[in-house]
Design a protein around this ligand. Sequence first.
Ligand SMILES: NC(=O)c1ccc[n+]([C@@H]2O[C@H](COP(=O)([O-])OP(=O)(O)OC[C@H]3O[C@@H](n4cnc5c(N)ncnc54)[C@H](O)[C@@H]3O)[C@@H](O)[C@H]2O)c1
Length: 352
Amino acid sequence: MDKIRIGMVGCGGMCNGAHVPAYLKDERVELVAFCDIVESRAVKAKETYNPQAKTYVDFNDLVADENIDAVDICTPNYWHSRIAVAALKAGKHVFCEKPDAVSPEEALKMKKASEESGKLLMVMRNNRFVDASKYAKRFIDEGKAGDLYTGRCGWIRRRGIPGKGGWFTTKELSGGGPLIDLGVHMIDLAVWLMGNPTPVSVSGSTYCKFAETDISNSEHSNFGEKQVDGIFDVEDLAIGFIRFDNGACLQIEFSWASNIESEAAFVELRGTKAGFSWKNGNLKIFSEDDGVLTDINPVFDKSNGHQNNLKHFIDVLIDGCEPIYKPQQGLDMIKILNAIYQSAASGLEVRL
Ligand SMILES: NC(=O)c1ccc[n+]([C@@H]2O[C@H](COP(=O)([O-])OP(=O)(O)OC[C@H]3O[C@@H](n4cnc5c(N)ncnc54)[C@H](O)[C@@H]3O)[C@@H](O)[C@H]2O)c1
């Protein structure tokens, strides 16, 4: 294969803002179909990006299209597993936006469908694909950090509830609030840098303090569709603690709204030879050399993690290189998030 024919499902913010722009830069990709339950969105995408493309309103029709090699899913979270499983069973490769699925059961179905069909399943992990993360991963894999035994990660927004009242804040469609929306980014980055240890237990608390208030918006509030008088039955803050089979642990914190100084997305890891601070895509490394404390501040150009991740998907399909993402990692991630919700509800630690 030297060209991958892609069918897009879900023609909203991420499709138009990240996936299609990345594919348009890759001459190995042909965008051959667009599907959205709001037909006008699929038609607009076709007219904008490829007038020869087909349009669909039902994803079942798109996955049955014989002229499609891979399906790219940019729908609300509830649909990820449903569309991915249908596409894999129809013999298509799948690239799916994060989070992998809204429950461990659904994530497992995706993994099984990929194994049974022999088709590639990759879920967006854009933060692994920025230069700071790649540098940190190399540093760790070369043994320069020593034993990574503890860390903290989070994404705390001062203001930034996405699509208030719409699918983002409706548990049935999203699977949860900032824990599933943002947690999947930073917990994944931390766990990947730590070498993917297996989670064994979690503890957590969640809060919803801003659903009924009229707090101000931020750029993040424009994600998804808002709905006046819609549903808001998810948390706006989640705090937690994860233990792994190798003895390591991770503290976590995710919010869409918090009265804090400023927004930060971060991963801090501590190793026996060096520690890391990854903050908003910038990296610092803390160590000691011959009795002298040393800081390394590598400087990177701004890298586009989404574009790099989508290019990696095409590289795997065309060149056969090893995928950086494995469906088992997605399943482990959704198990962690689900168990934190269970722990928050019961007030007890949950064993995985
Ligand atoms: N990786 C990132 O940085 C990042 C950032 C934002 C959002 N996301 C993820 O991207 C996904 C999409 O988010 P968005 O902001 O683009 O949402 P959006 O609401 O802007 O777009 C979703 C689109 O999907 C369509 N849709 C809904 N159900 C469908 C179905 N069954 N079949 C076909 N189309 C359907 C909607 O009509 C809408 O056009 C979400 O899973 C979200 O978590 C990822």
